[in-house]
Design a protein around this ligand. Structure first.
Ligand code: ZN
Ligand code: ZN
Ligand code: ZN
Length: 362
């Protein structure tokens, strides 16, 4: 025989844990602080920083009310305890009631303090102030972050309680109560750990998560860890300007395409280098428009008239990464073991080439 008080307690504990740590089911049902207060919080896309200043404050306030909710609920679930007569209740309950009142009061004062002077005291505002140039306003940093967050080319991943966002200038981690911010030009990234999960609900392949420590040379920025799926590692690397150190020699299970691209790069490094005629102007790669063309196809694998490969006479138009992606795109996805030895047509003139024929331009 379970009493209503026990049932209520169990239900409330489960609800509170789910409300604070928000598993996916709660997210789909919309039972999150973000959803309940979406009107006041505004839009993350329009004003990322202002949104998270409000969201962290609101989250703190709402979570601080949970003990009081329990006390009020118990007044109804266990009427025999007469919890509504504060002076008549047992010492244990009296302490809990005091705690349930003090917690939101303290959170309220903290929120009030944060909101003074247009939120200048909020931890996120303070963190951003460390990135502003001396004698300049932290709101310039706000402008930069909001602007870059709005762009579609940002890298964003992670569960709602620990999102990772990388833009051209910033690396950020958004958690329930806090937003970590570091500037790309100041940071060193190190892979510190990897964990393997045998099965994820979305797929039946094992999933690897890697932890990367973000340390800044800015003494005011504390190091923080970001976690992501290993298949997103290639995309993250592309968005970062600095290399990622792999101190723990973690073996990262990347996607087949990313792994191939790494191998392709290493193999081409060992190939012959193409020495251009004196004044060859290298134009941006026509595949990505991000870097200048830096590879040329020269038939080195065989004598000129032997073998399957042909000489390509195109001027350099592609970068190494795009050439690698092109090479991978022409392969049989079911048989990766044949990739390295295969021959593919030049993306422009269709002359066949193999990896040995891909030359870096000096
Ligand atoms: Zn390219
Ligand atoms: Zn060609
Ligand atoms: Zn060849």
């Amino acid at each position: 025989m379970e009493s209503p008080a026990v049932t209520f307690t169990l239900a409330y504990v489960v609800f509170s844990v789910c409300f604070v740590f928000t598993p996916n089911e709660f997210h789909s049902a919309g039972i999150t602080v973000q959803n309940l207060l979406s009107g006041w919080l505004g839009s993350e896309d329009v004003a990322f920083t202002q949104y998270h200043v409000r969201r962290t404050t609101a989250t703190l306030l709402v979570h601080s009310l949970l003990p009081m909710g329990y006390y009020i609920g118990m007044c109804f679930a266990a009427p025999e305890k007469q919890l509504y007569y504060f002076y008549a209740v047992s010492d244990g309950w009296r302490i809990f009631a005091l705690f349930a009142v003090i917690l939101p009061t303290a959170a309220g004062f903290l929120a009030l303090y944060w909101s003074r002077k247009r939120w200048t005291n909020h931890p996120l505002a303070r963190a951003l102030a460390h990135h502003a140039l001396p004698h300049s306003d932290w709101r310039i940093v706000v402008f930069s972050i909001n602007n870059e967050f709005r762009r579609i080319d940002k890298f964003a991943t992670g569960v709602p309680g620990a999102r990772v966002i990388v833009t051209d200038t910033w690396v950020m981690k958004v958690t329930t109560y806090k937003v970590y911010v570091a500037q790309q030009q100041d940071i060193h990234l190190t892979v510190t750990e990897s964990t393997q999960h045998e099965l994820s609900p979305d797929s039946n392949a094992p999933v690897q998560f890697i932890t990367i420590r973000v340390a800044s040379i800015n003494p005011n920025v504390r190091p923080f860890d970001i976690r992501l799926n290993s298949t997103e590692y290639g995309e993250l690397k592309e968005k970062l300007h600095a290399p990622i150190r792999n101190a723990a020699n973690v073996v990262i299970h990347q996607t087949l395409g990313d792994m191939f691209l790494d191998t392709f790069r290493t193999l081409v490094e060992a190939n012959n280098v193409y020495e251009p005629q004196s004044n060859l102007e290298l134009e941006p790669c026509i595949g990505c428009m991000q870097t200048n063309a830096n590879v040329k196809l020269v038939k080195y694998c065989n004598e000129p008239n032997e073998g399957e490969c042909q000489q390509c006479y195109c001027r350099p138009m592609w970068c190494l990464t795009c050439m690698g992606k092109w090479f991978a795109s022409r392969q049989d996805q079911q048989h990766p073991e044949t990739w390295l030895s295969s021959k593919v047509p030049c993306p422009t003139c269709r002359a066949k080439f193999c990896i040995v024929d891909v030359c870096h331009i000096r």
